[in-house]
Design a protein around this ligand. Structure first.
Ligand SMILES: *Cc1c(COP(=O)(O)O)cnc(C)c1O
Length: 393
């Protein structure tokens, strides 16, 4: 260890220590607990897609730097996907950018679009990279908090409206929403779109769970609303839709002008990535409707196993309409502090979860909430649920 009067980490990142996921995964490892903390599936995606990646590697496609925008096959497939599911027309040569996962698309969008001091409104609780990327871009984040309302977390549209100032540059939206499982309704999205148009705001929308919506809930991309096409960067990823989180293939779609801005930052982050996997994801995006329907039905059944078990164990459960995650309230268990609860949970009942407080700027607002992931095998969920029943005994 060396010590120095001058901190090694710069001021922009000083508040961001190691993520909670590292701490909780280490705890899972040490205690042998079932890890429902981090959101990655414990089964890989379709065999045909894996084989497509192997074929690309063997055939020497993508083993050297692919084109800066992404391979044409994938850009064409992404444009076709947006047309097929949302009737959005995109020019694959100018309006699609392949990135190192949605994570890089988010970072490059914020770095490429923000001026220092610009305010960014984001829906709190937020995905953990948002706050750090806004900070790296020199922006100021302004949270608008989703609050429990009739069994799910909802956006207060008046609060959103009030949060917009003359310094607001960008709205950062995530639907389906991690960690709450909220899927913004068509009416809510319409109101967000009208606000963005009225105040001339840019919108970056993280839609990585677009295919994971349950119980007839519908995912509508913000870019589909009037006046939004020219001000919206839409972000997607193969990670969650095809259960290949390690491949890091994501994308941004937007007008040529916005894509140029995002690309100007992206080219100096990774330049390019995931060559052979890009060809495989192009094939995945063209899978028949049945793949997407089966995937959704499977994940929805897993959700039911976990939510039923959590209720039985005494949690208040906010039934997620989308994503990999369920948020719970631990107060019915006589607990108040989610962080302390999650630190003790592996010892108490052999399960790891994440305290939602880490996703808030105002941790108090998230204190009693705890997130569990259900993107795991059914036998793993059954065992986790059985272990959680110990809490009430
Ligand atoms: C998983 C996740 C991402 C990151 O996606 P990658 O493609 O793996 O980088 C981005 N946003 C949300 C909300 C996520 O849950």
């Amino acid at each position: 260890m060396t010590s120095s009067a001058r901190p090694r980490r710069n001021r922009r990142l000083a508040e961001f220590g190691t993520t909670i996921f590292a701490e909780m995964s280490a705890l899972a490892e040490r205690t042998g607990a079932i890890n429902l903390g981090q959101g990655f599936p414990d089964t890989d995606g379709p065999e045909t897609v894996r084989e497509a990646a192997v074929r690309a590697l063997r055939d020497g496609r993508g083993n050297q730097y692919p084109p800066g925008l992404g391979v044409p096959e994938l850009r064409t497939a992404i444009a076709a996907h947006q047309q097929r599911w949302y009737a959005l027309s995109l020019d694959p040569d100018r309006e699609v950018l392949v990135t190192a996962g949605a994570t890089e698309a988010l970072a490059a969008s914020l770095l490429g679009l923000l001026e220092p001091g610009d305010e960014v409104i984001a829906l709190e609780p937020y995905y953990d990279s948002y706050a750090a990327c806004i900070a790296m871009a020199g922006g100021r984040r302004v949270p608008v908090t989703l609050r429990p309302n009739g069994g799910s977390f909802r956006l207060d549209l008046d609060e959103l409206q009030t949060a917009v100032t003359n310094r607001t540059r960008l709205l950062l939206v995530n639907t389906p929403h991690n960690p709450t499982g909220t899927v913004l309704t068509r009416e809510e999205l319409k109101a967000i779109a009208e606000l963005a148009v009225a105040r001339d705001l840019l919108v970056v929308t993280d839609e990585v769970y677009e295919h994971l919506v349950f119980d007839g809930a519908e995912h509508v991309p913000l870019a589909a609303f009037p006046g939004m096409r020219e001000r919206t960067v839409t972000i997607g990823s193969a990670a969650k839709t095809f259960s290949f989180t390690g491949w890091k293939v994501g994308w941004a779609t937007a007008t040529p002008e916005l894509i140029d801005a995002v690309r100007s930052a992206k080219q100096f982050l990774t330049f390019v990535c995931s060559g052979p996997f890009q060809y495989a994801v192009a094939e995945a995006l063209a899978l028949p409707d049945s793949y997407f329907a089966d995937f959704r039905a499977d994940m929805s059944a897993k959700r039911d196993v976990l939510t039923t078990g959590l209720r039985r164990a005494g949690f208040q459960v906010f039934d997620p309409a989308g994503t990999y995650f369920v948020t719970t309230d631990i107060r019915p268990l006589g607990e108040v502090d989610g962080t302390a609860f999650c630190r003790s949970l592996p010892e108490r009942s052999g399960v790891v979860a994440i305290p939602n407080a880490v996703f808030y700027d105002q941790p108090k607002a998230g204190e009693p909430f705890v997130r569990f992931a259900f993107c795991k095998r059914k036998d793993v969920l059954d065992e986790a649920v059985a272990r959680l029943q110990r809490l009430t005994r």
